[in-house]
Ligand binder design. Structure first.
Ligand code: IFM
Length: 446
């Protein structure tokens, strides 16, 4: 392997997907609590994996796995139940204990400030469409890093702004369920701006490495036709460049601004939410960019240049070459995309902050979960990262999504991404074959 000796191997989770403890110890309501209450999900995260109570068991599982680092997210409403103002010390205490427990186990904590669970109180005031939420986010960053910044050195501001922006504010299939271009472009801009505003706040509290986790869908043209090539370029702008470009100081892509103007998404030269100085703030210096990678897809004019045709989630036995999310398995595109990011943006470092696969294997009569398909997926993608490093991409970390089976948002609990099986009726955890495979890979490299 070309991966350097100090390469970091980790696992990732997020608060709403694992914690449960919905209203415990003063936690406030988030937009996902409300979304679930409104019947927009098959199951809620009220209990999830009950990590709020079982966190010590989960740290022990990570300790045995031998990971270097654990990426988790903070529930904003545990810390600031109303989004800003009164601080809930009990919520901070939870993350304080978690960080101490991780450090005692020799695992580096990687807190992510925002994995989509906006306080409902802020949503009631307009949420991310309201510029005041940018200030609220900076205050939240200050409160959390003020408590954890003496021990947590590696921080991520946002997880997957594309999802929060477009699934949450344009397609309305994720919380908060808004459905307008104007709101989506405004929300996305404020999310990016809040990233830029939070980075210096985190640094002031002691953070040494700060970045943002951007998701991507590398796209390739389904045919050689000029129409499909144009659709692919537009899709890449919509899905990828709209976030990567401003974070790396290139501003919003000119071709997309022109296309959005032409399609009547906004009037004027800039998206209306953008104020002088915003792009400079968004382009604040970061230490790494996180990349969440799962799949890539062919684009054609016929399938559309703004709809994500990644496939229909299935049950067990997905079509060959697909995971149960319906996503094509395309590790080679990861190598290509890492090289592309390196050339286009020259990041100081790239961290694969998520990569993994959904397969619903469960323990057999002997208690063993034979999830060979997940092992194959992970092995192929780690090899793809290795190839990218060989080609010069500065990738220094890889996090499996996910430590354990959890709430896959609007898919509920049926989609299982974990290295550890979770029986959602009892909360019982049991490591799958992939867990032992990953453990051995890490051990062998050491
Ligand atoms: O479960 C999600 C996670 O919350 C964000 N990235 C993609 C994962 C799988 O869909």
């Amino acid at each position: 392997m070309a991966l350097p000796d100090d390469f970091t191997f980790g696992v990732a989770t997020s608060a709403y997907q694992i914690e449960g403890g919905r209203s415990e110890d003063g936690k406030g309501e988030s937009i996902w609590d409300r979304f679930a209450d409104n019947g927009r999900m098959p199951e809620s995260g009220d209990v999830a994996c009950d990590h709020y109570h079982r966190w010590q068991e989960d740290i022990a599982l990570m300790g045995e796995l031998g990971v270097d680092a654990y990426r988790f997210s903070i529930a904003w409403t545990r810390v600031l139940p109303e989004g800003r103002g009164a601080i809930n010390q009990a919520g901070l205490d939870f993350y304080d204990r978690l960080v101490d427990g991780l450090l005692e186990a020799g695992i580096t904590p990687y807190p992510t400030l925002y994995h989509w669970d906006l306080p409902q109180a802020l949503e009631d005031d307009g949420g991310w469409t309201n510029r005041a939420t940018v200030d609220a986010f900076a205050e939240y960053a200050e409160v959390v890093s003020g408590r954890l910044g003496d021990r947590a050195t590696d921080w991520i501001t946002h997880n997957e702004p594309w999802v929060a922006t477009f699934l949450g504010h344009l397609e309305g299939v994720f919380a908060p369920g808004r459905t307008s271009w104007e709101e989506a472009l405004t929300a996305g801009h404020h999310i990016l701006l809040s990233h830029g505003r939070a980075v210096p706040v985190l640094r002031a509290a002691g953070a040494q490495q700060v970045g943002i986790a951007l998701d991507c869908r590398p796209a390739f043209s389904a045919t050689d036709s000029p129409a499909d090539a144009a659709a692919t370029r537009h899709f890449d702008g919509f899905r990828n460049r709209w976030f990567f470009d401003p974070v790396f100081g290139l501003g919003y892509p000119e071709d997309m601004l022109a296309a959005y103007r032409e399609r009547g998404r906004f009037v004027g030269d800039h998206i209306p939410a953008e104020k002088p100085g915003d792009l400079e703030e968004i382009a604040t210096d970061i230490d790494f960019v996180g990349l969440n990678y799962y799949t890539s897809l062919p684009i054609s004019a016929a399938t559309g240049d703004e709809s994500e045709e990644t496939g229909v989630p299935t049950g067990p036995n997905p079509p060959p070459g697909h995971t149960e999310m319906g996503w094509p398995i395309t590790p080679e595109a990861l190598t290509g995309y890492l090289v592309h990011l390196t050339q286009r943006y020259e990041p100081k470092a790239i961290r694969i902050t998520e990569n993994g696969a959904s397969y619903s294997d469960v323990p057999g009569a002997d208690g063993r979960t034979r999830d060979q398909a997940r092992i194959d997926y992970l092995a192929a993608h780690i090899a793809a990262v290795d190839a990218a490093v060989e080609a010069g991409a500065p990738v220094d970390s890889y996090f499996v999504w996910s430590l354990m089976d959890n709430l896959e948002w609007v898919e509920g609990y049926r989609q299982r991404f974990g290295l550890v099986h979770v029986d959602h009726a009892t909360g019982a955890r049991s490591p799958k074959d992939s867990y032992y495979w990953y453990r051995d890979l890490i051990a062998e490299r050491r």
